[in-house]
Design a protein around this ligand. Structure first.
Ligand SMILES: *[C@@H]1O[C@H](CO)[C@@H](O)[C@H](O)[C@H]1NC(C)=O
Ligand SMILES: *[C@@H]1O[C@H](CO)[C@@H](O)[C@H](O)[C@H]1NC(C)=O
Ligand SMILES: *[C@@H]1O[C@H](CO)[C@@H](O)[C@H](O)[C@H]1NC(C)=O
Length: 198
């Protein structure tokens, strides 16, 4: 019996894809009225399903980027967004839930797009790294501008009031991330201005 070249190549790929068993991960959103995801960060493999259970208030789980925690991911394509999930205060039935299937090995970043929530630290991460940690992501969220979600000071430990910036929303999430990375490498993040971004 003869095998075509394509079936010989395809077989190992199919085998590799089915090795790991799918894992289910539950994340509580806004439990007890908190502005938080619980747990705030998880480790997951491609194929794992993260299910967000909306416990209270009116939150979202919306994909963003490490560099712009409080702006929705739009480039190269719009990211995941649960949309607003309002929950009645006297909810007795199981809370509404939305699932996200992990489809990349790189870190994934999320926030609540309800006004002001991201800037109060309501962010979530899948597979953060030592370099791009959850704490650094949340610090950047806290430093973002509550009026429009644009990034504040790039300093991860900054507690200074957020300043409005016009640049990032225009440049797009990916361009902003690359610009920030480049500035970090060059050690000039403190000199980041709207003029430099534009
Ligand atoms: C991963 O899933 C998200 C949300 O379902 C989708 O927007 C995105 O395009 C997917 N990415 C890849 C690489 O398939
Ligand atoms: C949930 O929040 C969104 C955005 O603020 C708002 O438009 C919507 O009316 C809210 N839904 C409820 C039921 O409060
Ligand atoms: C971000 O702000 C929240 C709410 O004040 C706080 O609990 C959290 O510790 C802050 N995170 C960082 C990394 O500063």
């Amino acid at each position: 019996m003869r095998f075509s070249t394509s079936s010989i190549i395809a077989a190992p790929l199919l085998a590799a894809a089915s090795v790991a068993a799918q894992q289910s991960i539950t994340v509580n959103v806004g439990a007890g009225g908190s502005l938080a995801y619980d747990p705030p960060a998880v480790t997951a493999n491609v194929g794992d399903v993260v299910t967000f259970q909306f416990q209270a208030k009116n939150h979202t789980v919306t994909q963003s980027t490490f560099a712009s925690p409080c702006l929705s991911l739009e480039e190269p394509a719009p990211g995941f967004d649960s949309g607003f999930m309002p929950v009645a205060a006297d909810l007795t039935t199981p809370p509404p839930s939305v699932s996200f299937t992990v489809n990349v090995t790189t870190p994934l970043w999320f926030y609540c797009k309800q006004t002001g929530h991201c800037e109060k630290g309501m962010v979530f991460a899948i597979n953060p790294t030592a370099d791009k940690s959850f704490a650094a992501f949340q610090a950047a969220a806290n430093a973002s501008n509550p009026a429009d979600g644009t990034p504040g000071s790039a300093s991860a430990s900054s507690s200074a009031p957020a300043r409005a910036r016009r640049g990032p929303a225009v440049v797009g999430a990916r361009g902003w991330a690359l610009a920030l990375d480049a500035m970090r490498v060059m050690g000039i993040e403190g000199h980041c201005t709207d003029g430099l971004i534009a």
